[in-house]
Design a binder for this molecule. Structure first.
Ligand SMILES: N[C@@H](CCC(=O)N[C@@H](CS)C(=O)NCC(=O)O)C(=O)O
Length: 338
């Protein structure tokens, strides 16, 4: 055990000390499987299909890491977690990483002692209401009942927003998105509030999505990304650079269609370092030369993963917006592979 962990009494108390010790990569290799925490189900982000196979934008991050480390994107045990249980699952060692639309905040880093390895979706909190409510702004929601998932930043932002606008609300606390959807459609609350991406994903599953509107206000910053425990930098590096490999691949035009060809060597040294035909980046991570090639080949580059799971041609229908590459006016910017 290289490092013991102390958790604040009100945060994730009562966990086995030392769960965050280094050696996660060795544990994952010995087990032959990555234990990856995801949601209990959010269409487009993480959800099992009819055969029980998990798919989605967050699931693809788990699969990329499994491909990099274990050579098999299917060597993943997907562990469903709620807003409340996700941090205990990670702190206790039940999961090796969490990829579950989780917002990078100060207290989750510094107090809960987790390391966010990057951002895979820049988001913000929004509100959805039935059209029949006749509301066009969140500021008109005085006195509304609001469905809200517990253990989330959503809860805290909601309180801040209503307080700063001098209006009141009645929370209807809920554990999972499925339950929130059910309660909202049953009229148990006037409003559902969560990350705007989550609202789009939820509305996409409604029988008549057009009966519901997403209000114009985005009341927070929600940088969503994968996280690991503090105290195991080697493992953090693997998760961070696997995500960066997906982002860089899009920037350099490396796709699932051309990766085999490009992996024979190109005249672009950065692509060569990324795909392992030049340099020793894999070795520096404790992996082989083709770690990033496998991570990218698993489900394609960041843009392919976005388009397939949540993009404008899917029912979720999200535009790239802030999640465009920096070369297209967005915030996605992978540091150099050198
Ligand atoms: N980003 C916020 C909210 C995350 C969150 O829990 N979102 C809900 C609604 S989009 C969700 O993922 N639900 C899936 C589930 O219930 O498992 C946070 O990190 O606290």
């Amino acid at each position: 055990m290289k490092k013991s962990v102390f958790f604040g009494a009100l945060t994730v108390a009562g966990l086995a000390a030392g769960a965050a010790a280094a050696g996660t990569m060795d544990d994952v290799k010995a087990r032959g499987k990555l234990n990856c925490g995801v949601t209990t189900g959010l269409v487009g982000f993480a959800a099992p299909d009819a055969n029980g196979e998990w798919n989605g934008f967050d699931v693809a991050v788990c699969r990329a890491v499994a491909a990099a480390v274990l050579g098999d994107q299917n060597a993943v045990e997907f562990v469903p977690t709620t807003g409340k249980t996700r941090f205990t699952a990670l702190a206790s060692g039940e999961i090796d990483m969490l990829a579950r639309n989780t917002t990078w905040t100060f207290s989750r880093d510094v107090d809960l002692k987790f390391e966010f390895v990057g951002v895979n979706y820049y988001d913000g909190q929004g509100f959805m209401v039935p059209k029949s409510l006749g509301v066009s702004s969140a500021k008109e929601l005085d006195g509304a009942t609001v469905c809200i998932q517990t253990g989330t930043t959503t809860e805290l932002n909601l309180a801040d927003f209503f307080r700063s606008n001098n209006i009141s609300y009645e929370p209807v606390p809920i554990e999972t998105n499925a339950e929130a959807q059910q309660q909202y459609l049953a009229g148990a609350c006037d409003v559902y509030t969560t990350d705007a991406s989550g609202l789009a994903a939820t509305r996409a599953t409604f029988e008549t999505p057009g009966d519901h509107v997403i209000l114009p206000e985005i009341i927070s910053k929600e940088p969503l990304g994968p996280l690991v425990r503090h105290g195991d930098n080697e493992w953090g590096d693997i998760a961070r650079w696997s995500l960066n490999a997906l982002i860089a691949a899009e920037e350099y035009g490396v796709t699932s269609a051309n990766i085999e060809e490009l992996a024979k060597g190109t005249n672009n040294p950065e692509i060569n370092r990324l795909l392992g035909t030049e340099g020793t980046l894999g070795e520096m991570l404790g992996l082989d030369k083709e770690w990033a090639k496998r991570a990218i080949a698993a489900n394609g580059n960041y843009g392919e993963i976005f388009a397939k799971n949540i993009g404008e041609n899917t029912p979720v229908g999200l535009a790239r917006g802030l999640n465009a590459q920096w070369t297209n006016g967005g915030l996605l910017y992978a540091p150099p592979f050198r």
